[in-house]
Write a protein that binds this ligand. Sequence first.
Ligand SMILES: Cc1cc2nc3c(=O)[nH]c(=O)nc-3n(C[C@H](O)[C@H](O)[C@H](O)COP(=O)(O)OP(=O)(O)OC[C@H]3O[C@@H](n4cnc5c(N)ncnc54)[C@H](O)[C@@H]3O)c2cc1C
Length: 507
Amino acid sequence: MTRTPAVVWFKRDLRVEDHAALCAAAEEAEGAPLVPLYIIEPDLWQQPDASLRHWRYLQGALAELQQTLAQHGAPLVIRRDGAVDVLAALREALGPFRLYSHEETGNGWSFRRDLAVAEWCCAQGIVWQEFPSHGVVRRLKSRDGWASLREQRMAAPPLRAPAFTGIDELHSDALPDAPSPALARMVIGDVQAGGRREALRTLESFLKERGRRYMQTISRPGVSARHCSRLSAHIAYGALSVREVEQATKAKIRSLSGNPDPEAAAFARNLAAFLSRLAWRCHFVQKLEQQPEIEYRCMHPAFEGLRESQFREDFFDAWAQGRTGYPLVDACMRSLHENGWLTFRMRAMVVSFASYHLWLDWRQTAPFLATLFTDYEPGIHYAQFQMQSGVTGINAVRMYNPIKQSLEQDPHGRFIRRFVPELAQVPDAFLHEPWRLDALPADYPRPIVAHEPAIRQAREALARCFRQDGFADEARRVRRQLGSRARPANRRPRTARTAEAQLRLDL
Ligand SMILES: Cc1cc2nc3c(=O)[nH]c(=O)nc-3n(C[C@H](O)[C@H](O)[C@H](O)COP(=O)(O)OP(=O)(O)OC[C@H]3O[C@@H](n4cnc5c(N)ncnc54)[C@H](O)[C@@H]3O)c2cc1C
């Protein structure tokens, strides 16, 4: 036990409830002051995946956290500089301190920054204690058993906000309107309101009512925005912990059990499907934790070099701006510019279109979509991009047909008409394939590529990778390292033949 001041570095954990680092710091400080710290790091905000939209969410969340911490007696200290420089300045002001934070599984930049901070702490004799985030296990030896480790964490009671005392005289920088001059010029649409209060309201409305139609609407653009939980940004920035969400959901399921109303049973099934997705979240972030290179390199090396040299700027621009000539793809991309959220199926479809139809390298498209998503979470994002681009070697390859998706998920074109006003007057019969009209509406482009030949070429190119020597051995290595253990261990190993069969099946 010590009387040394404690510095709690808030990262993607903007709450005081269920905050292991804060609890440990308060307990070990034993009456010594506690400094809650948030660092606005200029370099971070210059990375290609940074966006003013992320900052807008954070602005709200940080303002609320400031108020909450002030009520607890320790105002949040905000500093704008590199993390090492900020910590060095605090070392000057406070003398030796102990540093507490959650483990962060972020992008490559934050990984390197954490290494630099660890080195600085070591040189200064400062102890930096990091605490696990959600279900992600650092230094995991094997994926076997990971799911039960996560289960144990999720079952433990959430931590109550502790009592602590702060220091008044430390200066705090104001929250800027933008974290960098470049981002100040960025044009963004609406942003989901950030912070704990809004997160709790969102969770409550989902568990009370909105979640009833969760699975029924989850793939449909437009209506899914109401019936999906919409908790992704709140979890990504840590306004809620996954454990809090999971336990609240399980409590709701328990309250529904025994209710003879079939609607209650259906609601419980929807919530069970939601719980699976919370587990997927940890599963995906665990991949990046174990292998940070998946932000830059294909999980399976056979796919390196597949698309890079064929990158077409004009294709990228058309996709990014929602001008591909495929109405649902364009509506999805334009909706992202407007409000920063899309349901899973539509995210998968726009990435599949970019990666297969337009043959764009995922390393160019992933940072761009990261800037549009309010809920950008590197662990989910890069692993999903690799899956939807067919470069993991261990997942079924799904090439979405944008016309079929359009007919199935937006049959009356409500979503399309809302975001692609050029097509507002086109009758339903032509809306999903407006090029079949005698005359396309003014200002709406012809399809940028033809569906069938583009997909055929993509299949052939992937099949050539599957046939490379050693493909199956390498796929087995990837599965051992990063694969889910949800499927039976004796599942048939992927070979070029099974991989190709899977490719055909999913078309
Ligand atoms: C290419 C691509 C990129 C994606 N990038 C992100 C991202 O940066 N951040 C992000 O939070 N999600 C990402 N997702 C996953 C998913 O689309 C979103 O989590 C979901 O749409 C968010 O809305 P929601 O909170 O209402 O989700 P819900 O359906 O209500 O799900 C609840 C929570 O479970 C998690 N979750 C849901 N689906 C998945 C999934 N397929 N894989 C892993 N976790 C999941 C999320 O934390 C989500 O908040 C991506 C999906 C794809 C296909």
